[in-house]
Design a protein around this ligand. Structure first.
Ligand code: AMP
Length: 216
């Protein structure tokens, strides 16, 4: 099964993707995370995209599309994808469609996590991620375990684009690009909307129900 998870920054895509990865043995392909690694490692690409990333702007389709092919072509991940943060516009959706066909795969489900800007602001201001495993926490409602070799507070890092101003900009960019994408997947009968304003476990339970109904 391959699925896409949509939602504005702070919708809980990363948290719910972690849950789905563990429960269904899928592979989370987060373009944002891969691009952040490039910036952190100061690769040629990382240096080129650094300022765009920290200002919350999108990276060129050509760059992201190429990055995606490296994964979609890898047999290890075949039919095990959660696409998180990709596609972000219609050109990327068409590219994904073509790539999946080329490698004899398809999308089985698109989850759309919806949250309002007010909730996004609250979540983003408390958000941090473990620099070792990538798990996401929140100062207000999902604090990390203490004294553990992974996820301890000393390993937690904030994203440079997780400031309130930039979060609002990323939210607005997301909203602007999403309407045609939502229509694209609705027309293919793949879209399931999930209310992302509830607790993590309530959302996970709904997502499990949806996945089980299409897998079973
Ligand atoms: P995310 O972790 O999905 O919120 O992405 C963080 C940042 O990475 C975005 O603000 C963009 O700068 C970049 N990015 C991630 N995915 C894409 C994509 N599919 N297309 C263009 N830029 C992307």
């Amino acid at each position: 099964m391959n699925l896409i998870i949509f939602g504005p920054p702070g919708a809980g895509k990363g948290t719910q993707s972690n849950f789905i990865v563990n429960k269904y043995d899928l592979f989370q392909l987060s373009t944002g995370r891969i691009l952040r690694e490039e910036v952190k490692n100061k690769t040629e690409l990382g240096i080129k995209i650094d300022s765009l990333m920290s200002s919350g702007s999108l990276i060129e389709n050509k760059i992201v599309n190429k990055l995606i092919e490296g994964f979609v072509s890898n047999i290890k991940y075949k039919n095990r994808f959660i696409f998180d943060g990709y596609p972000r516009n219609i050109e990327q959706a068409n590219n994904l469609d073509a790539l999946l066909q080329k490698y004899e795969q398809k999308i089985d489900l698109v989850l759309d996590l919806s949250v309002s800007l007010d909730i996004v602001k609250k979540r983003i201001s408390g958000r941090s991620a473990c620099s070792i495993c990538g798990k996401i926490y929140n100062d207000f409602f999902n604090t990390p375990p203490k004294n553990s070799s992974c996820c301890d507070s000393k390993f937690l890092q904030k994203r440079s684009d997780d400031t309130l101003d930039i979060a609002v900009k990323r939210f607005q960019t997301y909203e602007k690009n999403m309407d045609p994408l939502i229509k694209f997947y609705k027309d293919l009968n793949l879209l399931k909307s999930v209310n992302g304003e509830r607790t993590i476990s309530q959302i996970s339970a709904e997502i499990s129900g949806i996945i089980d109904s299409i897998e079973g």
